[in-house]
Design a protein around this ligand. Structure first.
Ligand SMILES: *[C@@H]1O[C@H](CO)[C@@H](O)[C@H](O)[C@H]1NC(C)=O
Length: 367
């Protein structure tokens, strides 16, 4: 037998045969490419977008104990509560199998098991997230530090993901976003303290990892490091700076394509897409890019976030331009972009019963 194994021919062909057998045995998975969620494409203006071809889904993996994994959301105020509930609605829609953890300011709902939210909209929405979208409610203290920009002063709260040690792995997704496809396969990546995509939109001037999507291995030790850094944070240090200080050299880098796309990508000039595409030869195809994306983050400065409502004048001046190519006019970017904003506004009303642009009683929660 050892003679046979050491013969040159077998040494070459045995590994090939093994690989072919594996490919054959698991080949069925390649037929199960995820497709763009049906509810989504209907809501967009172009209902004829082709199904997605982005990435092979490992979510059909048998023998995975999905209860060891969770998506995490952190809530600091009523707006973000609604965004997080909307994200959980998407997770349910795409059939995600991992748990869903909602870290919310304890005063919003004193008893996470309560069945009656009383007169508080926030409490009722939390109960809905728990009962309809399977959210596990985890009361927390909002982590706030005196810093220059109010928008992000509470973003440290996101880093409480490191403290969710009841899970082996958690995936923190920024809630000013749309989940377009299931991302459960990320939980099955090789072990690492943190996995994040690059902030491709800041390249090449600033090379930094983005904390919009953050796969975290919760641990007491790592959480200790994170809290130390938060407590030493300078005026311009937010959650993203902190995780970069700690993990920029040890993080597993996730491909931003398809895991982190900005809405602003659709408003860029044709020659500016190579940082997203990761190539200066690939042709920009907005429909393909939209269909492969799994996670889309609202970022269109100075266009306000979608729950604040967009005035007609802002829409007119900021929406993507149509362009003529090979004698044919295309408005694909515009249709996709407007469709994304419109879908968010409709879903917000359906999930939270809230109308975009309507002022909420501004409530702050702190200990
Ligand atoms: C971290 O988790 C522990 C255990 O659940 C909890 O007692 C503690 O308050 C948490 N720390 C913070 C800052 O939330």
């Amino acid at each position: 037998m050892s003679d046979v194994l050491s013969s040159r021919r077998v040494r070459v062909w045995l590994p090939v045969a093994v690989i072919l057998t594996i490919l054959f045995a698991f080949g069925a998975r390649y037929d199960a490419l995820p497709s763009a969620p049906t509810g989504w494409s209907k809501a967009g203006s172009s209902g004829t977008l082709p199904p997605s071809g982005g990435g092979v889904s490992l979510a059909t993996e048998p023998n995975v104990d999905w209860s060891r994994f969770a998506y995490t959301q952190y809530v600091t105020d009523s707006h973000y509560l609604c965004n997080s509930v909307m994200l959980f609605e998407r997770l349910q829609h795409v059939g995600s199998r991992a748990d869903r953890v909602m870290m919310y300011p304890a005063p919003m709902l004193e008893n996470p098991d309560a069945t009656d939210g009383g007169s508080s909209d926030d409490a009722r929405l939390l109960i809905k997230a728990r009962d309809e979208y399977g959210a596990k409610l985890v009361p927390i203290t909002v982590q706030r530090r005196a810093s220059a920009d109010k928008t992000w002063a509470e973003s440290y709260t996101k880093l409480l993901a490191f403290n969710q040690t009841q899970y082996d792995r958690v995936l923190s997704l920024d809630s000013d976003s749309v989940l377009l496809q299931n991302m459960d396969e990320l939980f099955l990546l090789p072990p690492c303290p943190v996995a994040m995509p690059r902030a491709y939109w800041l390249y090449p001037e600033t090379m930094i990892l983005s904390s919009q999507v953050m796969l975290v291995t919760p641990s007491e030790v790592e959480f200790g490091h994170v809290m130390d850094k938060i407590n030493q944070a300078g005026r311009d240090d937010y959650d993203m700076e902190i995780v970069n200080y700690l993990y920029k050299d040890s993080a597993l880098v996730l491909p931003h394509r398809p895991y982190d796309l900005l809405t602003g990508e659709f408003t860029l000039d044709e020659d500016k897409h190579r940082w997203y595409l990761g190539s200066d030869t690939e042709e920009w195809d907005p429909v393909k890019v939209f269909n492969e994306a799994k996670f889309l983050h609202f970022s269109d400065w100075p266009v306000p976030k979608p729950w604040l409502g967009m005035s007609d004048s802002v829409r007119q001046s900021k929406q993507p331009k149509c362009h003529v190519k090979d004698g044919v006019e295309s408005c694909a970017e515009r249709e996709i972009w407007l469709g994304i904003y419109r879908e968010f506004v409709e879903r917000r009303k359906r999930v939270c019963g809230r109308v975009a642009g309507e002022p909420l009683r501004r409530r702050r929660f702190s200990s």
